[in-house]
Design a binder for this molecule. Structure first.
Ligand SMILES: [Cu+2]
Length: 147
């Protein structure tokens, strides 16, 4: 149950920020090979989680990744440009994307390389933790989140 106090706090919070508490959905432009099925399923997964995803088909993901600075080793089967700010490559779970938007690190983006079974958009059972990598601006990478 939502208390009056909570309502009051959220009213105050939304009044004191330029961006209202009920922000517009997170926007992403997702570049994918039209023949890859998991990317479409992944886009629907994001939509179900309140994202607004525009799909763009391309046969040259290598070029897209080069443009966004995603190193080859970290490239997923598709690459998304999120909020005109971050790249998200591969089947990254929403929790990691929310962490990225919340913490707002000064990095290029994040990636879940490969197409691990059980990842959003993929069939199968998860076999081990998903290791989501951060892509730094200098092209190096480090672990961003595990889940
Ligand atoms: Cu795919």
């Amino acid at each position: 149950m939502v208390s009056r106090r909570t309502l009051l706090i959220s009213a105050v919070a939304s009044a004191s920020f330029a961006r209202p508490a009920m922000a517009a959905p997170v926007k992403g432009v997702l570049y994918r090979n039209p023949h890859c099925a998991c990317c479409g399923a992944y886009a629907r997964y994001l939509e179900r989680n309140g994202f607004n995803v525009t799909l763009k088909s391309t046969y040259d993901l290598t070029k897209v990744n080069a443009l966004f600075g995603v190193p080859e080793a970290l490239a997923g089967c598709h690459t998304m440009f999120l909020e005109n700010r971050y790249v998200v490559s591969g089947l990254v779970p929403v929790a990691a994307i929310r962490k990225l938007l919340k913490e707002h690190p000064d990095i290029r983006g994040i990636s879940l390389p490969g197409m691990p079974p059980g990842a959003p958009g993929m069939k199968g059972t998860k076999r081990g933790p998903f290791v989501i990598m951060a892509i730094a601006k200098d092209g190096t990478s480090h672990v961003f989140a595990t889940e």
